[in-house]
Every structure is written in structure tokens, then in C-alpha cells.
Design a protein around this ligand. Structure first.
Ligand code: HEM
Length: 383
């Protein structure tokens, strides 16, 4: 059993960063499939059936009606970017663009993505002897650079051919500013990051280039459907933002899993798939009711919020045989990047192992980054 795992989490939010939340999730899924938590002021969906029902419900919205953008970001470049993301919209601001994004993602050649990610890994030097430092750095860097490359964004290289990680730094900064735990300084940095990323994407769009990356393909498809170019640019950047923390979590949790098993010679792709189910990076998401409704047999009211426990659904004893990776969501907002995320996570873990990072050293004293929904290890060097 992992360290400090004996005390059950206080609530489903604390479960996200708990050493071993899975017995607690299993218990919720079987004994309290859908309930109201008065302290959190949230309905909680825990069983696989309840999670599926909430995510499929027509009145379940991804943002509160009165708050399309978090107040901390509203009125800034970061708020503008946030408010345009398909992930944060419903109805007409979501469906047509989601169809375009999903089509582009489905059309990606994953073996090409794999080769490009490997080439990028070769252009990222190991900068530190410390395994923990390297793992923390790579999990937030390589997948984002790989997506920037697929988008067709220019990646700077130094004279040695090493690729600059700057774009990944700005993406991580923006992703951190979106968290409800963000400080005013995090938000300020997020605004600067949003401006930088938007400029980068616009510059790339303006170039007359024969290299048709996903960005150009999105702009083309969106232009054909007469969509607002700023919204298309935002959603291209959104692909990097969406993938950043979640893929970092998938990589980190895979390293922990390998570190606690017989990792030498392990099948990394299969380990990533297993971790996506059993120790998932995105543990929950939320829905906000746009109308009074019957939900999972209960009367819920307009404005009520529902915490959707994807990680509990994955451990629901009544659907354990399903082997489904609930961490990628379901229904109309389901993740269009799941196959790419698995490829990039596998490449990143492979690259770290090839650089002699030892997962057993990392797993010894893992802690989790503070988060209300993402389970992302923070490896520390004194192990
Ligand atoms: C391990 C990695 C990832 C995980 C666990 C993950 C998980 C999720 C989840 C749970 C959602 C739905 C949220 C909700 O319904 O409330 C989502 C949406 C989304 N994801 Fe991912 N994701 C990952 C990687 C990626 C990657 C690599 C991309 C693209 C390059 C991506 C693009 C998106 C987009 C565009 C949406 C919004 C879809 C919509 O709202 O219709 N994700 N993701």
C-alpha cells in the first residue's frame, strides 16, 4: 500500500490528491451512487451509471449560466481565450466546432505523431542528474511541444539543435491560471501567457506555408463554415492547454505505477492504458444544471452543480469488467484527444527510461500537486 494511504479522504475533492483514494471511490460507487454533499454544496455522481447519466443529460452545462468565464480571468486576454474554448461552451458555441476539432483529431496519423514526438525527445537534452527534476520537467514539456509541432507552430532551436521549451512553459502557465486554486500572481502570469500564445498562433497562421499542420487545417475547415478566426485560433491553442496537465498526470501516474512494479522490460503502452483506467489523471469534472430536472432518480434544481467522479466510475465494482477509461470523459464533451494522449504519454515515458530515469526512485515518496480535479505527481529529489 502506498504511504499515508490508511486514512480515507475527507471528501471527493480531497480524494484527487490522496495517496490511495480507490477503496473510498469504490465504496462511494456502490453505496452512494448519487448524493448531495451539503458541505461541498455539490451533488456527487459516483457510480458508472450515474456518471454516464449526468454527462449525457441535456441540461448539464460545463459552466454555471451566470459565469461563462471565472471572475478572476474575466475581462482579460486569458478570459477571452478561456471563453472561446469548446471545452467551456455548450450548444451552438460548442457542437459545430467540436465536430471540426474531433474530425481533425481523428484524422491525425498517430504513427507520424509518434515519430515526431520521438524526434523532439531527441532534441531535448537531459539537463539535470536528478531523476525527479527530469521527470517533472519532461511530463509538462514533451507532449505540449509535440502538439505544437503537430499544429504547425514554429519551434525555436538553439545552435546545437536543441528545441526551446518556451511554448510549453507558457501553456503550463495558462493552464495553472485556469485552476480555482490560482493565486492573483498565477492569473497575471496566465494573462501574459494567453497573449504570447495567441500571438504565436496568429503569426503561424499568417505565414504562407505549404506545411499544413492541424492549425492550418482547422483554419481552413472553420473558414469554410464561416467561423470566427479568433475562436479557431483559441481552440488550436486549446489543444495544447487541454492536453498539458492531463497528459502530464498520465505520464507521472504511469511512472509511479512502473516504479511500484517490475518495470524493467515492461510494455509501456500497455502500462499507460492500464494507468488511464486504474490511476487516472483527470479524476472528476463538473456539470451545472440549466433547468430543474430528474437526475439519477433525484430532483435537482436549476443552478445546482454536480461533481462527476470519473475515477469512481472507473472503480465501480458493478462495472469493473467494462475496462473503460472514464478519465477521458463521455458524451458530447468527451475528449477528442485520448488516442493522441496515450501515444504522447508512451513516448515521454519511453524517452525518460531511455535517459536512465528510474521509476522506482521516483515512486518512493510521491506527493501530488494541489488540484481539485487532476491527479499529477510532483516528484521530489530527496528520494
Ligand atoms: C491523459 C490525457 C487527457 C485526459 C485525461 C483528458 C481528459 C479530458 C476530459 C475528461 C474531457 C472532458 C471534460 C468534461 O466533459 O467536462 C476532455 C475534453 C477535451 N480534451 Fe482531453 N484529455 C487528455 C488529453 C487531451 C489531448 C492530448 C487533447 C488534444 C490534443 C485533448 C483535447 C481535449 C478537448 C479539445 C476537449 C474538449 C472537448 C469538448 O468540450 O467537447 N485532451 N479531455
Amino acid at each position: 500500500m502506498p504511504p499515508n494511504a490508511s486514512l480515507a479522504p475527507a471528501d471527493p475533492i480531497a480524494a484527487v490528491t490522496h495517496a490511495d483514494p480507490y477503496p473510498y471511490y469504490r465504496d462511494l460507487a456502490s453505496t452512494r451512487p448519487f448524493y448531495f454533499d451539503p458541505a461541498l454544496k455539490l451533488w456527487v455522481a459516483a457510480s458508472a451509471a450515474a456518471v454516464a447519466e449526468v454527462l449525457d443529460h441535456a441540461d448539464g452545462r460545463v459552466r454555471p449560466a451566470a459565469q461563462p468565464v471565472p471572475p478572476s480571468l474575466a475581462g482579460s486576454a486569458a478570459g477571452d481565450l478561456f471563453g472561446r474554448l469548446i471545452r467551456m461552451n455548450d450548444g451552438v458555441a460548442h457542437a459545430p466546432l467540436k465536430a471540426i476539432v474531433a474530425r481533425q483529431m481523428a484524422a491525425l496519423d498517430l504513427s507520424d505523431a509518434r515519430s515526431r514526438a520521438r524526434a523532439l525527445a531527441a532534441a531535448l537534452p537531459r539537463v539535470d542528474h536528478d531523476d525527479a527534476h527530469e521527470a517533472n520537467r519532461w511530463m509538462f514539456t514533451l507532449p505540449v511541444l509535440a502538439i505544437a509541432d503537430l499544429l504547425g507552430l514554429p519551434l525555436e532551436r538553439d545552435t546545437d539543435g536543441h528545441v526551446s521549451t518556451r511554448v510549453a512553459g507558457f501553456v503550463a502557465t495558462f493552464a495553472a491560471a485556469m485552476s480555482p486554486l490560482a493565486s492573483p500572481a498565477d492569473v497575471e502570469a496566465g494573462v501574459a501567457a494567453a497573449q504570447w500564445l495567441t500571438r504565436l498562433a496568429q503569426t503561424a497562421e499568417d505565414r504562407e506555408t505549404a506545411d499544413i499542420g492541424v492549425l492550418a487545417a482547422l483554419a481552413q475547415a472553420g473558414g469554410d463554415s464561416k467561423m470566427d478566426p479568433a475562436t479557431l485560433t483559441a481552440n488550436a491553442i486549446g489543444l495544447m492547454i487541454q492536453s498539458c496537465e492531463a497528459t502530464a498526470g498520465l505520464i507521472g501516474n504511469t511512472l509511479v505505477y512502473l516504479g511500484r512494479s517490475d518495470w524493467q522490460g515492461a510494455d509501456i503502452g500497455a502500462s499507460v492504458d492500464r494507468v488511464a483506467r486504474i490511476d487516472p489523471p483527470v479524476q472528476n469534472t463538473r456539470r451545472f444544471m440549466a433547468a430543474d430536472a430528474m437526475l439519477c432518480g433525484q430532483q435537482v434544481k436549476e443552478g445546482d452543480a454536480v461533481l462527476v467522479l470519473l475515477a469512481a466510475a472507473a472503480h465501480d465494482p458493478s462495472s469493473a469488467a467494462e475496462e473503460r477509461a472514464w478519465t477521458f470523459g463521455a458524451g458530447r464533451h468527451g475528449c477528442p484527444g485520448d488516442a493522441l494522449a496515450r501515444v504522447l504519454a508512451t513516448c515521454t515515458v519511453d524517452a525518460l527510461l531511455a535517459r536512465d530515469v528510474h521509476p522506482d526512485r521516483l515512486a518512493a515518496g510521491v506527493r501530488y500537486r494541489p488540484s481539485v480535479n487532476a491527479r499529477i505527481p510532483s516528484f521530489s529529489s530527496n528520494n
